[in-house]
Design a protein around this ligand. Sequence first.
Ligand code: ATP
Length: 342
Amino acid sequence: MSLLLDNVSYNYPGSTHGLHDVSLDVRTGELVAVIGPSGSGKSTLLKLVSGLETGHSGRIALDGADMSRTPVHQRHIGMVFQSYALFPHLSVLDNVAYGLKLRKVAVAERRRRAQELLGIVGLGEYAQRAVAQLSGGQQQRVALARALAIDPRALLLDEPLSALDASVRGHLRDQIRSIQQRFNATTLLVTHDQEEALVMADRVTMLKDGRLLQIATPRDIYENPASRAVAEFVGLSTILPAKVSAPDRLDLGFAELAAPTGRRTAGSAVQVLVRPEHIRADPPVGSINRLAGRTGAQRYLGALTRYDFEVAGAPKPFLAESARPAAEAIAIAPEHLRLLDH
Ligand SMILES: Nc1ncnc2c1ncn2[C@@H]1O[C@H](COP(=O)(O)OP(=O)(O)OP(=O)(O)O)[C@@H](O)[C@H]1O
């Protein structure tokens, strides 16, 4: 099942907040992660797709069929939320079978199906337990099994891991991803955790102020962000203002650097983006784009140290990462300087 949003706009009643002109095409079996700052419209997007919120303009279609007039329960969409929203008075098995009961599937069949899904999420032996006797990570797996039990046409995951602690989260995200692939489930995953988005998704899309800024593969959104807003939100970086001084030359005020300037003409104002891992510590004197300075604050991270490197005249320090901090200079290869026009 493919999921298509075509020019979808929605305003909450009496407000200008919501979604503005969002177009998005999720292919069959694809997992698209939706990221963005708080209030950017991520949950609104899921609510519109699920039918929990209605009254948008534009088209929301599943496999080509417009969903606008289809009520929630007829959309056949599986949902998993941050707060597991399980029924505490029902057993694990009955929770998973719940959607099938609503759809009038016979008792024996729904038990068989629920048991099968519990096996898939690794909870086959917990079928008769009360939900309250499970850990957070286990409850979230029950919620996933419940969403999958109805054989959904699309899966909507709204911050499914954010209530869990870090160790459980890492494991569960691998598990959710592999189950999603096994079911070839067309999936939207809302997360505020950009690492989770990069690790789990086929493509990542970023929203800001209700608008979609970019959709790209994890590698592409990290390496080629379309705008400063995306660059700042995805990964760590240093972003500095500069002017193109000549073809493939940039003037940062405090230094001249070689960088691919493309078709930009001399005098064009740009922002230059540098990722911490692309900053080389203590390059030989005479290296291209070498900047002398001194190391400021350091954060030891085990395999790496993340540190500020201060260059005289620069409006802010460079954020760098390497096995050992630079003693007296850094260098950035021209191909690792990304130019942003807005
Ligand atoms: N029921 C509502 N009535 C009016 N405005 C709302 C309503 N729900 C959300 N909004 C507003 O719509 C915008 C988008 O909200 P939404 O919940 O989609 O953001 P979000 O990206 O999911 O944020 P968060 O990461 O904090 O959950 C926000 O400005 C929010 O204040």
